[in-house]
Design a protein. Structure first.
Length: 487
């Protein structure tokens, strides 16, 4: 059987400088088009033009490419293979396997710079995305299709938030994608080991473009991760994508732009850095029933310097997302983990996506927490405090202990309902910090011993009826009686 006719256009290499090649002889080409370098396995993507040359971004090593080498194009834009076979695999920014396993058979090819769904193709976000992180689920709820920025200084737990959210999606039918951009190989390996250990890799795709990868792959990695997710989204599935991190992506684009001799602007970033990220972030959303009702949720990470959220890239990303989770280095150093600053964190989707049970029980929780923190700050200034203030500070300590959470140990929403009910009904008032810590760690097993169906009923109903309230009260009374936690 004869192969189909292919139209090719030939040119030649004029100059190679780091990751950029200047090409001549291609009369019919466009931005984003693939360029092949002779018989070599190297590919490039057209990144711009100057007066005489075509500027090509190399996607693999450029060591063997020399001036006058032949190049050709097939008049096609850059697309990547996608499909179900990518689940559980680690791939680079060209969707080539990096885990020493067999080749991946694609189901389709998607362009990496695909246009975002239009307004009429979307519907409002109404379903909760369960992160398993108590502070987020109770006070900064996320919805399926939301874009929530995770922002903070280095080493404050930003990656942990993303990985814990991925781990919590086990058994919920959500496809997860972890996109590593410019991180060290050891950081990437640690994240992969965690996903393997918790069996989260079974429903996750890892797109790896670490610091040793070519600049072109680090630049394209988030777009490729997005295209992999869009395959599932347009099939009516829910997708979660974590970008770790967008600061490194901005740095890579700045390097490439300087190599492409584009004029630098603020902080030496090119003028189109805002468009670069907004083009990506816009691709998240919840599709209408006519388009399959799929969704894609983004958790981009951005790093700040000494807590400065007004930096160029952080402020850009804050303006184009649906809220931010701010991680404070001060809280982290005090041992409050996850170190989420509730004064600076917000979810613009609001509590409309929360379960009715959690919405009812956590209504004023955020305001109470912030009042407690302000009271604590004032008592550090003034000497001598009344018994009433001492009682308030004890309430603050109990709330803080209840909100603390170890990494990689997500808490289900139905368990959070019980914790909130115990707090609201005063079951923890006479407990000390150690007793609160034991309570939050042991209550799930205790519930399953006393009433193995209670948590399943809460999960099914998502709200509390009188029978459930009676059962929760009985279990809590039995717990504190058995454990002698209340004097």
């Amino acid at each position: 059987m004869s192969s189909p006719l292919q139209l090719k256009e030939y040119g030649f290499v004029k100059q190679v400088h780091k990751s950029i090649a200047k090409i001549g002889g291609l009369a019919n080409c466009m931005n984003g088009q693939l360029v092949y370098f002779g018989d070599l396995q190297t590919k490039g993507i057209i990144a711009g033009f100057d007066e005489n040359d075509i500027l090509v971004l190399m996607l693999k090593t450029a060591e063997n490419i020399k001036p006058n080498d032949k190049v050709y194009t097939k008049l096609e834009t850059f697309g990547v293979p996608v499909g179900e076979n990518f689940l559980g695999r680690i791939v680079n920014a060209l969707c080539e396997p990096c885990d020493l396993k067999k080749e991946i058979q694609p189901a389709d090819y998607f362009p990496i710079f695909q246009q975002a769904p239009g307004v009429l193709e979307r519907v409002p976000i109404k379903e909760v995305l369960e992160t398993g992180i108590k502070m987020i689920d109770m006070m900064i709820p996320l919805g399926k299709g939301q874009r929530e920025l995770i922002i903070g200084d280095r080493m404050t737990g930003k990656t942990t938030i993303v990985l814990d959210t991925i781990i919590n999606q086990k058994g919920k039918g959500i496809i997860c994608i972890y996109c590593c951009i410019g991180k060290s190989q050891s950081t990437l390996a640690k994240a992969i080991r965690l996903l393997q250990k918790t069996h989260a890799l079974d429903y996750t795709i890892v797109v790896a473009a670490d610091a040793s990868a070519p600049l072109g792959q680090q630049y394209l990695a988030p777009y490729v991760a997005c295209s992999l997710g869009e395959y599932f989204m347009y099939k009516g599935m829910d997708v979660l994508v974590g970008f770790d991190d967008m600061t490194k992506h901005a740095w890579v684009y700045r390097q490439l732009s300087l190599l492409l001799e584009r004029s630098p602007g603020r902080d030496a970033y090119p003028g189109d850095i805002f468009y670069l990220h907004s083009q990506l972030i816009e691709r998240a959303g919840k599709l209408s029933p006519e388009r399959g009702s799929g969704s894609m949720t983004f958790l981009p990470i951005v790093e700040t310097l000494q807590g400065d959220v007004t930096g160029y890239v952080p402020s850009n990303l804050i303006s184009m997302t649906d809220g931010q989770i701010y991680l404070s280095s001060t809280l982290f150093s005090e041992g409050f983990k996850p170190a989420i600053d509730l004064g600076l964190s917000v979810s613009r989707i609001g509590n409309k996506v929360q379960w009715p049970a959690i919405r009812e029980l956590s209504g004023m929780l955020r305001l109470e927490y912030l009042k407690f923190k302000e009271l604590e700050r004032l008592t550090k200034i003034k000497s001598g405090i009344s018994e009433e203030i001492e009682e308030k500070l004890k309430e603050k300590d109990i709330l803080v202990e209840l909100l603390k959470q170890e990494s990689n140990r997500p808490v289900s929403l139905q368990e959070q309902v019980v914790l909130l009910y115990a707090l609201r009904q005063g079951f923890l008032k006479k407990c000390n910090i150690q007793q609160v810590r034991e309570f939050k760690n042991r209550i799930r097993d205790f519930i399953n011993q006393k009433d193995s169906q209670l948590l399943n009923k809460i999960l099914a109903e998502k709200s509390l009826n009188q029978e459930m309230i009676s059962n929760i009260e009985k279990i809590l009374l039995d717990y504190f009686k058995d454990n002698s936690s209340v004097e």
